[in-house]
Design a protein. Structure first.
Length: 133
């Protein structure tokens, strides 16, 4: 199961604007989150991987990204594994999932902007047809 916009909107009690805001917050943070994690993976810094993953998972929970959370959890287990489980293959899968998620969230933002713009145009059209007295 990939990220589903409907689940995010549902968790926002149908508030499309709030879903768009959560997507925007994640997109603003994701670059630094991913960079910190990638640096820790490259350095083979298991503690850094775990720390970066905790921050990433907190951000992923806010946007209902179940697949990415699951992969991040697997990577966290691997990082605690003292070399028993290879980190790199899991990191590559997580990186791919995060790229897919980023594209999906950009679509959420676009859809949100379209809905809000349409609602504003409808409101303005209604206001412009009201004539005084």
């Amino acid at each position: 199961q990939r990220f589903h916009r409907g689940e995010l909107v549902e968790n926002c009690h149908g508030d499309i604007e709030l879903a768009g805001q959560l997507a925007q917050v994640y997109l603003e943070q994701q670059g630094s989150l991913r960079s910190a994690l990638a640096d820790a993976v490259i350095r083979r810094d298991r503690g850094g991987v775990q720390s970066s993953l905790r921050r990433l998972k907190a951000a992923l929970v806010n946007i209902c990204a179940a697949d990415a959370i699951q992969l991040a959890s697997q990577l966290e287990v691997a990082a605690r594994g003292q070399g028993k489980i290879a980190i790199q293959p899991i990191w590559e899968r997580l990186e791919n999932e995060l790229s897919e998620l980023e594209r999906a969230l950009h679509r959420v933002q676009h859809a949100t902007a379209t809905v809000i713009c349409t609602a504003n145009e409808t409101t303005l059209a209604g206001i412009s047809t009201v004539r005084p007295g």
